[in-house]
Ligand binder design. Structure first.
Ligand code: SF4
Ligand code: SF4
Length: 400
C-alpha cells in the first residue's frame, strides 16, 4: 500500500508492480480548457481552444526537465516513488462528458503526461479516449515522445481535423538518452512522422524544449528540421527550456553531471522569473527563436513557439509568438470548433471558423461561431462548454 497526500487529506492505494509500478485511481475529473486566459495579464499564447485530457499522472519517459516533476498529488508520487497513477475507466467518464455537450473543441492528449508511455500498452486509455472523440466526429490530437500505436493512426485517419505531434529533442541518440530515461529512439520518432504523413494526417514536430548549451547548436537544429521535414512534418513548434523554481538546483547539477556544462553558465542565463519559473534571458530567447524561424524558412516549413512570454511590468506578460510564428494557429493547422445540432452523436465543424480564438479576441468582428465567450480566449471549464451547449438548438442553427 502507498499513501498519496493532497494538501491536508490523503488516500491509500495498492501498488500494482507490473509492467511498471502504478496505482488505479477512481476519479471524476473533468475535461477542461487551458489553465490561463489572455485576460487580465496576457498569459495565454495558445490560439485554439482544446479539451485537455490526462489519463495518466506521472510519465515514465521521465525527461530530466519535465515541468510535471514540480506538480503535487499524483505527480509527486511519481517523482518520489516512480509510481504512475492510472485513471481507471477514464474513457467512459470522457464519453459521458462528451455526451452532454453540443459544443466541443479538439481533444488534446496530453498536456502533462505522454499518452503513449509504456503503461498505456496495458490499459490503452489513450486509444479508448481517442475513439470516443472520433466516434462523435470530434477532432483529437496528441503529443508524444513514444511510439504512436497503429490503432491510434487508424482511428485519427477517420476524423478530418485530427492530427499528431511528435516531440524530438535532438537527433543525437546519446544526448537523447541522457535527457530522458525512457521514450522512443530518435529513429522511431522520425518514423512516427513518416507514419502520420503516410496516412495523410497532418504531422507536427515539436522541438520542445531546446536546451541551452545542450541542443541549441545551429547545425544541430538545422539538421533536425531538415530530417523531420523530409519525413513529412508540416509544422515545427519550439520553445526554450524553462525551470520551475523548486527544480532549479537539482536540474543545474544534473546538467553539469551529464553534459559537463558548469552550473554557473545556467545561473548566468536563467535570470528571468515568470509565473514562478526561471526562463533564459529574453535576449537569448529572441536570438534562439529568430534562428529557428530562419531555419524553418530555409526548409520551407511553418513554425510557432509554445508558451514563451516576455515579462512586462509585474505580473503582466506579452507572448512572443507574434514576433516569430509563421502560421495562423500554433499547431500549423486550422481546426474549427465543432457543434452537434442533430439528435445523434455526430458533431460537425463550424464553417468559416479557423479555430484561432485568440485572433477573434483581437478582432472587431462578431465570431462566426456565435458564442461570444469563445472570443474571450479564457480559461474554460467543462461547465462553460455545457453552458454554451444550451444555446445550440437542435436543427435550428445555421452554423454549418
Ligand atoms: S515525455 Fe513529456 S510528460 Fe513525459 S516526462 Fe517527458 S516532458 Fe514530461
Ligand atoms: S469563430 Fe472565433 S471565437 Fe468562435 S470558435 Fe472559431 S475561432 Fe473561436
Amino acid at each position: 500500500m502507498i499513501t498519496v497526500k493532497f494538501g491536508r487529506t490523503s488516500r491509500q492505494f495498492e501498488v500494482v508492480k507490473s509492467p511498471i509500478p502504478h496505482i488505479l485511481v477512481d476519479s471524476n475529473k473533468e475535461l477542461h480548457g487551458w489553465w490561463n486566459g489572455i485576460e487580465p495579464d496576457g498569459n495565454r499564447e495558445c490560439t485554439a481552444e482544446k479539451l485537455l485530457i490526462n489519463p495518466y499522472n506521472g510519465c515514465s519517459h521521465n525527461c530530466l526537465f519535465c515541468y510535471s516533476h514540480a506538480l503535487a498529488g499524483y505527480f509527486r508520487l511519481f517523482r518520489e516513488k516512480g509510481v504512475v497513477a492510472v485513471f481507471k475507466d477514464f474513457d467512459k467518464k470522457v464519453a459521458k462528458q462528451l455526451e452532454g455537450l453540443r459544443v466541443a473543441s479538439c481533444g488534446y492528449l496530453s498536456p502533462v503526461t505522454d499518452p503513449f508511455q509504456p503503461i498505456n500498452e496495458r490499459y490503452e486509455l489513450s486509444e479508448k479516449i481517442i475513439k470516443e472523440f472520433v466516434d462523435r466526429n470530434i477532432p483529437v490530437q496528441f503529443t508524444t515522445k513514444g511510439r504512436i500505436s497503429d490503432t491510434t493512426l487508424k482511428l485519427i485517419k477517420k476524423q478530418e481535423h485530427s492530427f499528431g505531434e511528435v516531440s524530438i529533442l535532438t537527433l543525437d541518440e546519446d544526448k537523447r538518452k541522457k535527457l530522458m530515461a525512457g521514450g522512443a529512439s530518435t529513429d522511431e520518432l522520425a518514423r512516427n512522422i513518416e507514419r502520420l504523413a503516410n496516412e495523410a494526417k497532418f504531422a507536427v514536430c515539436r522541438i520542445d524544449p531546446i536546451i541551452p548549451y545542450v541542443t541549441d547548436g545551429e547545425e544541430e537544429l538545422e539538421e533536425l528540421v531538415r530530417r523531420v521535414v523530409d519525413a513529412g512534418a508540416k509544422h515545427i513548434i519550439t520553445s526554450c527550456m524553462d525551470i520551475p523554481r523548486v527544480l532549479k538546483n537539482e536540474l543545474y547539477e544534473e546538467l553539469e553531471k551529464r553534459f559537463r556544462i558548469p552550473k554557473r553558465e545556467f545561473e548566468r542565463l536563467y535570470t528571468e522569473v515568470i509565473s514562478g519559473r526561471f526562463h533564459a534571458n529574453i535576449e537569448y530567447r529572441r536570438k534562439l527563436f529568430g534562428l529557428m524561424r530562419e531555419i524553418c524558412d530555409r526548409n520551407k516549413v511553418k513554425m510557432s513557439i509554445c508558451m514563451e512570454f516576455e515579462s512586462l511590468d509585474g505580473k503582466r506578460v506579452r507572448g512572443l509568438n507574434k514576433e516569430f510564428m509563421s502560421s495562423n494557429n500554433c499547431e500549423g493547422v486550422n481546426v474549427p470548433i465543432y457543434v452537434r445540432k442533430g439528435d445523434g452523436k455526430r458533431f460537425e465543424p463550424v464553417q468559416r471558423c479557423d479555430g484561432n480564438c485568440l485572433k477573434c479576441h483581437f478582432s472587431d468582428k462578431e465570431p462566426v461561431c456565435g458564442i461570444s465567450d469563445l472570443r474571450k480566449a479564457g480559461a474554460w471549464k467543462l461547465r462553460d462548454y455545457r453552458r454554451w451547449s444550451k444555446g445550440i438548438k437542435p436543427s435550428k442553427t445555421n452554423l454549418f
